[in-house]
Unconditional design. Structure first.
Length: 696
């Protein structure tokens, strides 16, 4: 097969919508103002478990400006949903504190807010249980964990191998609940016309959202249009339909008015999902040379009463290191809490904190350099499946990272270096994330004047998807990018997979390439003549994606951190973060660097700052705003450097690209915790690493 030169894939194209964004022209969901617009403000349950006995809706609808007050007693009926979170205002049961129990619709936002505040709801409260414990009597094994993986795996005889291991690490790690805080909170403008519903929504996937919403309202998907051209971040929280979008559509249906609903920052801590807290026990057995003989990784997590959300926490352990005997397991307990959801690298981020912390503990126990320890346990094939890797450059990333970071002359002794008022130390951890690809459709069109347009219902949530698809299309069409216009974010476009699982580039890129190829073929048949009405071709990658030969496909990386811990206060600061990633071909170095650096920054934040604190008595997350739930600002950022090793992997997709949206957060927290141990001699096994855990 002849390979075409690809001058634009790999080039540092500037964001094609950059000017629109910086000049304020880019329109986000909340910035739509249809005629006759009304405003919805939800009311949230003030008990964690129980029933709603009454809502004094009559009193608030008498207030000037109020159009309607809706609760389960008068709400339009929805069709039954697989996901009980979406059965909004359909029953009197309260499954968690903060759940929507009513909504007020009014002529102005101020009026709706005031009426919602005044709406009196009576509850019959019941005792609640919101505490995740590994020994919870209702812990159970889910049939599968998310992304379809088996809950448990076992190879060989791990118990015997643990008993026989010359060196043993047995440690329990904890990660807290964490909440996504994209810059743009969730927002919907819902407009009904006849039997049709239009949703201006902030979403990671218009096609998936329509498929979920339409049946709730008893409609075929074609009756729902979702429009979402610009999204101010999501990190997973906008990856699936959530109660707010259902509530907006329901309120618009009930009132016959277009309805706008903005989720406030505070409400996001109840109704837009969160990363499940985890308790993870890791046992590593090795010979005195640090060669692993056995790996056991068990995770305990929570979900809500409404729905089983089983995060795939130990799945990276099935991929990382060689060892003949091994076991991974997931256990889940259903509590009176909101349903967890996706947050950047769900599963991999908390799971690799535990595994990569344990690897550091093993390095210390064996007296082996932690970079060398990982290289020594490099597998020849994927450890549990036995499948060959399509490409795996973890060792390359570790070596390149060590060289760039200046790892070579590291003295492993803990708590042995000071700089000013700080104890300083360095740490390393590995990263990994699976390569997914999902079916998508796309169309490519050519006009007589030589302009091209490519249409695909993809999502650009700030990643640069629109830009890289422009590059991909330009190469596939063999033209310059300025002749190509890419349209995304609308169900009027060919249906596409969502922006999730770091699969956008691979999934949409494949569809765009195939649509462009089909268009060129069509043009060829016509001797290059473009008819006056233009020429269009479409592609659907369902078959191609379904027929992939079996390989273990994963991106890998290595992260290095330098931290300083204040000798008096115990405050830990990351001074330097350096990551090297191997993620196939990098389509755009500017947008890719943003993804890696963003992921690493979020990983640093996971290590030191983020923690949603559950109040046992009230059954709610206490710190539900940015004053108390800490995310880093630009001033908190250390020197963050991201590099990559380009891979030439023929087993992926026409671009040769692996996903890059999530791998940057994986392993970062362990690298920081390992550096904190090196700096202080204190091993912090429960995130975040707050100063009270270091002042002892
Ligand atoms: Mo991502 S957590 O797969 O949107």
């Amino acid at each position: 097969m002849k390979t075409e030169a690809r001058p634009y894939v790999g080039a540092a194209l500037e964001r094609v919508e950059g000017v629109e964004k910086v000049t304020g022209l880019a329109r986000y969901a909340y910035e739509n103002f249809p005629d006759d617009l009304a405003y919805a403000v939800p009311v949230q349950a003030s008990v964690a478990r129980g029933t709603v006995l009454a809502a004094d809706v009559d009193a608030v609808v008498r207030l000037p400006g109020v159009i309607a007050a809706i609760w389960h007693g008068n709400a339009p009926r929805l069709a039954p949903a697989d996901n009980a979170e979406l059965a909004v205002l359909q029953s009197d049961r309260v499954a968690y504190r903060g759940q929507y129990v009513a909504v007020v619709v009014a002529e102005t936002l101020q009026c709706a807010r005031e009426a919602a505040r005044l709406l009196r709801i009576d509850y019959d409260a019941e005792p609640h249980d919101v505490e995740l414990r590994a020994d919870h009597p209702e812990m159970y094994r889910p049939d599968r964990v998310n992304a379809g993986y088996p809950a448990d795996t076992e190879l060989g005889d791990p118990d015997a191998a643990l008993a026989a291991a010359p060196v043993l690490v047995d440690a329990t790690y904890r990660t807290p609940a964490e909440h996504n805080n994209p810059m743009e909170p969730h927002a919907t403008v819902a407009v009904w016309s006849g039997d049709g519903l239009t949703l201006h929504d902030s979403t990671q996937g218009v096609s998936a959202l329509r498929e979920t919403i339409a049946p709730l309202f008893g409609m075929p998907p074609e009756n729902v249009r979702v429009i979402s051209p610009h999204v101010g971040g999501g990190f997973g929280s906008k990856g699936a339909a959530l109660p707010p979008v259902v509530l907006a559509a329901l309120a618009a249906k009930h009132t016959g008015r277009p309805v706008k609903l903005a989720v406030t920052r505070q409400q996001m801590f109840a109704v837009t999902g969160y990363r499940t807290p985890t308790i993870q026990r890791v046992r590593l057995g090795a010979d005195t040379g640090g060669r692993l003989t056995v790996i056991v990784h068990e995770a305990f997590e929570q979900s809500s009463r409404l729905r089983e959300f089983a995060e795939q926490t130990t799945t990276p352990t099935r991929v990382m290191y060689a060892a003949p005997d091994r076991r991974t397991a997931h256990r889940l307990v259903r509590l009176d809490v909101p349903t967890p959801a996706w947050m950047r690298a769900p599963g991999e981020a908390p799971g690799m904190f535990a595994l990569e912390s344990a690897m550091d503990e093993l390095a210390v126990a064996c007296g082996i350099d932690p970079v060398e320890l990982r290289i020594r346990n490099e597998p020849a094939a994927e450890p549990e499946s036995g499948l060959p890797f399509s490409s795996r450059n973890l060792v390359g990333c570790l070596r390149e990272g060590a060289r760039r970071f200046g790892w070579a002359d590291r003295d492993p002794t803990p708590a042995a270096r000071t700089r000013g008022r700080m104890l300083v130390g360095t740490g390393v951890a590995a990263s990994t994330y699976p390569v997914y690809r999902r079916p998508s459709r796309a169309s490519a069109r050519c006009e007589p004047d030589g302009r091209f347009s490519v249409r695909i219902a993809a999502a650009d949530i700030g990643t640069g998807a629109r830009t890289i698809l422009t590059q991909v299309a330009a190469d596939a069409l063999r033209v310059t990018p300025d002749r190509v216009r890419v349209e995304v974010g609308d169900t009027a476009l060919p249906a596409a997979s969502l922006a999730g699982g770091s699969a956008g580039t691979a999934s949409w890129g494949t569809a765009v390439v195939r649509a462009c190829e089909a268009l060129l073929e069509e043009l060829d048949l016509r001797g290059g003549d473009v008819p006056a009405e233009g020429l269009e071709a479409t592609a659907d990658t369902a078959e191609e994606v379904g027929e992939q030969p079996e390989y273990a496909r994963h991106a890998f990386g290595a992260q290095f951190a330098e931290v300083g811990v204040d000798l008096d206060t115990g405050e830990a600061r990351v001074l330097r973060l350096l990551g090297v990633f191997a993620a196939g071909r990098i389509v755009n170095p500017v947008t890719a660097r943003s993804q890696f650096v963003g992921g690493m920054t979020m990983g640093m934040s996971m290590a030191l700052l983020e923690e949603s604190v559950m109040d046992r008595e009230f059954g709610d997350y206490l710190n539900h705003d940015l004053a108390q739930y800490h995310v880093p600002t630009a001033m908190d950022l250390p020197d963050v450097q991201a590099y990559w090793i380009e891979e030439d992997d023929p087993h992926l997709n026409p671009l040769g690209a692996k996903g890059i949206g999530e791998i940057g957060i994986v392993g970062t927290a362990a690298a920081v915790a390992n550096a904190v141990h090196h700096a202080t001699g204190v091993r912090v096994r429960d995130l975040p690493i707050r100063l009270d855990k270091l002042v002892r």
